[in-house]
Design a protein. Structure first.
Length: 286
């Protein structure tokens, strides 16, 4: 289990700083959000209470409110700045309530939520077993937990370039899909289905990569990062490494996108004593 790897206050601070620029640089979130929404349309859902967990500027909350008109949406995020932007972008008539809280300690009663929607939150969760236990606690029997996250094949070129320049960590340690599925089952959630796809982003301007990372709040918040500012020389060496990977006047950034969902079952009263064969996890056909 990976634990205590992030400076949590840095995650909150950088999310706050990116709140006003996030909407112009959230194309990956937009892509994953649309994929999750498409999957939900195939399910017979009639939620009364839902959580947009790690809501950022609330775009998913607004979709949920539009399509599930009898549902009250709780937009939850660690970042106050993001929640302020979320509030600005919605109508006061929308049945949406913004809440600032940690994903490890959700302010909801046991067995009380019909739908939990988590779009690209999990790359910032350092203790997934604890997170899934909290999801299992509040999710109703037959309630839906649906999510997207990044897999370990994400940003491999960037990770490789930095590994040749220093011994610090620059990329979040993304978790393998099968480990995620195993941890979901151990938390007491049921019938997980996970699948993955590759997404390639083409950049013609290296500075635009830095801009997207900074303005979406995706800067380095790892504890094992360089404790001082990365020098200009090191940045130029990193950019040179990227330039060496340019083909046809562009370089590619590859992401492994993992999608999954599971259902509230409450089968496991003591997650620490639960065991399951990983072969029980069903992988959705491509």
């Amino acid at each position: 289990m990976i634990d205590n790897i992030f400076f949590q206050h840095n995650i909150e601070r950088k999310s706050n700083a990116a709140a006003k620029t996030f909407a112009k640089h959230d194309f990956i979130h937009h892509h994953c959000r649309n994929d999750l929404i498409e999957r939900m349309t195939l399910m017979n859902l009639n939620p009364k209470i839902a959580i947009d967990l790690g809501c950022a500027n609330g775009s998913s909350s607004r979709f949920l409110a539009k399509h599930y008109k009898k549902c009250h949406i709780f937009s939850l995020d660690l970042s106050q700045g993001m929640l302020i932007e979320s509030r600005k972008k919605r109508s006061i008539l929308n049945p949406i309530t913004e809440i600032q809280a940690s994903a490890y300690s959700l302010p909801f009663k046991n067995n009380s939520i019909d739908l939990i929607f988590a779009n690209l939150l999990m790359p910032w969760i350092e203790n997934l077993p604890l997170f899934f236990i909290e999801i299992s606690r509040i999710l109703k029997n037959d309630g839906l937990f649906i999510f997207s996250t990044l897999g370990p094949d994400s940003l491999q070129i960037i990770k490789s370039i930095w590994s040749k320049l220093d011994n610090y960590e620059h990329i979040n340690p993304f978790i393998d899909m099968h480990i995620i599925g195993d941890q979901i089952l151990q938390s007491g959630l049921g019938d997980p289905v996970l699948d993955a796809e590759k997404l390639t982003i083409n950049y013609k301007n290296i500075d635009s990569l830095f801009s997207d990372l900074r303005n979406s709040g995706a800067s380095n918040c790892l504890k094992n990062r360089n404790p001082t500012l990365t020098g200009k020389k090191k940045i130029e060496e990193f950019k040179l490494g990227l330039k060496n990977n340019i083909k046809n006047d562009q370089f590619n950034v590859e992401l492994e996108l993992i999608y999954g969902h599971a259902w509230g079952k409450h089968l496991n009263s003591n997650p620490n004593e639960y065991s399951v064969d990983i072969s029980q996890i069903r992988k959705q056909a491509p």
